[in-house]
Design a protein around this ligand. Sequence first.
Ligand SMILES: *[C@@H]1O[C@H](CO)[C@@H](O)[C@H](O)[C@H]1NC(C)=O
Length: 375
Amino acid sequence: MDSKVTLTLAAKLAFVSLVLGLLYPRSLNPFAPPSIPGSNDQLHAAEIIQLIGAVGPESLAFDPNGEGPYTGVADGRILKWQGDARGWTDFAFTTSARKECFRPFAPELEHLCGRPLGLRFEKKTGNLYVADAYLGLQVVGPAGGLATQVVTEAEDQPFLFTNDMDVDDHEDVIYFTDTSRSFQRRQFMASILSGDKTGRLLKYDKSSKGVTVLLKGLAFANGVALSNDTSFVLVAETTTCRILRLWLHGPNAGNVDVFAELPGFPDNVRRNSRGEFWVALHAKKGLFASWILSNSWVGNTLLKLPLSFKQLHSLLIGGKAHAAAIKLSEEGKILEVLEDSEGKTMRFISEVEEKDGKLWIGSVLMPFLGVYNLY
Ligand SMILES: *[C@@H]1O[C@H](CO)[C@@H](O)[C@H](O)[C@H]1NC(C)=O
């Protein structure tokens, strides 16, 4: 055998055994991401609010009266939390054909049942805007029920993976992300591992009903948040572990820069009342994830191996479930890091919403919300 072939084979064998090794011995796993320097490892103290017959409360929003939160779950419903006594009630849907939508988690049905991700209320009307991963941008009135389509395509290209948004109440525009032009939500691991860079940040103008593509070529365009004075909008680029800032007004209008580099994969971004931003990390970026993402052949090879979603996901997160949330200043400085490094209560968090001294925490995979007392 020629030595080059031998070497390639040896490299492949080493690679496969590394992959297999990572999938098994959890406690011995040297690839589990370490704690973030300076972090406060107290997030496990969060109180749990269990969902009933539902999983994956990805985004959370309070209505203009302060009620809720409302959250979209994996079976396509949008639920409202009515407090301990009344619990959860059904609030809205993004599709009427819901006959088959009774299983809490059935990714193969998401295009039929809908998968509501980012939620935002428009303050002046109380309308709830919904970024449904499969059904585009939708809106539902304060009484709930069936949501209606707002927009489903831009530049003649239908959205494939609508993800998050923010609403500018004054200018009547909505900023939102379409995560990928190649992969749907249920294929999100393939989007990350293949290094897909087809995400877009878009703007919808309510009066003209026009859609503008603001940024394209993003590596998993995810959370969206406006600054308090709307001078810029942030967009999380999950695969590159960065938050980008697009200037909307002022001397830099139209320019884009890197607002923050993060020690993990950012999901939603939410502003608090002081103008700071909470970023939920789906997971921290460990050694193995760094290696995968800086060598595109690794991710693409992994996708060809007979690995389940769970196994691929386990490789990306370093074999151990955990949670991390990061607070950024209005200038993009890391102000605070909260972790549940052992994943004792919180795992795979997708959003952190600060309200009245508490952090309300969603997760795209878990069957509960977390509520963490800041003081
Ligand atoms: C946010 O903007 C409003 C005006 O739109 C201002 O009154 C308020 O003080 C700002 N808040 C912060 C924290 O900068």
